[in-house]
Design a protein around this ligand. Structure first.
Ligand code: ADP
Length: 294
């Protein structure tokens, strides 16, 4: 269990990126969803001990993370948003190298690297140069290196941005497989990543945790309160002004508007089946935060 209590951080430029964040993250996949600028990366980097909060505490089981950053790093697998430059070496060589740095003994290293290459589906390309890999292959390599040393906490920051659907599914399967007895914290602005993968989640906005729980339970709370109507393009702005619209999306050249309301709103709207995306948009709007669509 990862336990965050009262984490706050204000950068030197006056931006408050974390505002009293408290969160309990059990073993398994946990999705942290939020728009750009919500504070997700700041939170990930703080937990990874790459930067310090102004106040607050972080416990990983019995370990006081802020007091013992070196111990945390030994137990951590971190897959950052960007690796920067990718090495012109093969995954086999790199994984061997990282295993050496992480203090894995020589005699178990070969077997470990082989197992990681198979597990992340990189066995066939183990001797190819990493800088020639596709986005999905690079991400899988990222997971392979993060898994060295049997971490008890894995942090994955915005992993599927730029992956094609097949690569994304393969990456999801890999994460689901490794998350059995490890805390895996997945930060993303892609709602489907969380909906597909995470038994627990939180939505972050403006440096705060806005809502937390099981995705299905959060969706269930919108049941009977969601309404939709599909209208021609030019009618959407009119409805937007008169109704509490949570989202709009194009469907076959028309606009589907979705509205959260306790009772059926005026204007011929039909009851709609809520999704996690509705939860996300309704939560952000409920806190006065604007929503950007990809
Ligand atoms: P997210 O990962 O959800 O997009 P970030 O943690 O990157 O959010 O950013 C949260 C806020 O803090 C944003 O307003 C961002 O501009 C600001 N911020 C992030 N890093 C820094 C920094 N090093 N210095 C100043 N402001 C920062």
């Amino acid at each position: 269990m990862l336990k965050l209590t009262g984490l706050s951080k204000t950068y030197a430029n006056g931006v408050q990126a974390l505002a009293d964040v408290s969160l309990q993250v059990p073993r398994g996949m946990f999705g942290l969803l939020g728009p750009n600028g919500a504070g997700k990366s700041t939170l990930m980097r703080t937990i990874a001990t790459l930067q310090s909060p102004d106040t607050g505490s972080i416990m990983l089981d019995d370990l006081d993370v802020l007091a013992h950053p070196t111990e945390l790093r030994r137990m951590l697998g971190y897959l950052p948003q960007e690796f920067g430059a990718y090495p012109r070496t093969s995954p086999e060589v790199m994984l061997n190298h990282i295993a050496t740095l992480k203090g894995i003994e020589r005699r178990s290293r070969g077997e470990l690297v082989e197992q990681l290459l198979v597990q992340t589906n990189l066995w066939d390309v183990r001797r190819k140069s990493i800088d020639t890999f596709s986005g999905g292959m690079k991400q899988r390599f990222g997971i392979a290196q993060a898994l060295i040393g049997e971490p008890s906490l894995i942090i994955v920051d915005e992993p599927t941005a730029g992956l094609d659907p097949v690569e994304r599914r393969r990456f999801h399967n890999l994460l689901a497989r490794i998350s059995a007895d490890v805390v895996v914290l997945l930060s993303t602005h892609i709602v489907d990543d969380v909906a597909d993968l995470c038994p627990r989640m939180a939505i972050m906005g403006d440096g705060r945790i806005l809502v937390e729980g099981e995705p299905q339970a959060l969706v269930a709370k919108l049941k009977g309160r969601l309404w939709s109507k599909t209208v021609p393009l030019d009618e959407a702005p009119v409805l937007r002004r008169s109704l509490p619209v949570v989202s709009t999306r194009l469907v076959g050249g028309r606009v589907e508007i979705r509205v959260v309301a306790e009772a059926e709103p005026e204007g011929g709207l039909e009851p709609a089946e809520p999704t996690l995306e509705d939860v996300y948009f309704a939560t952000l709007l409920g806190h006065g935060l604007s929503v950007e669509l990809d």
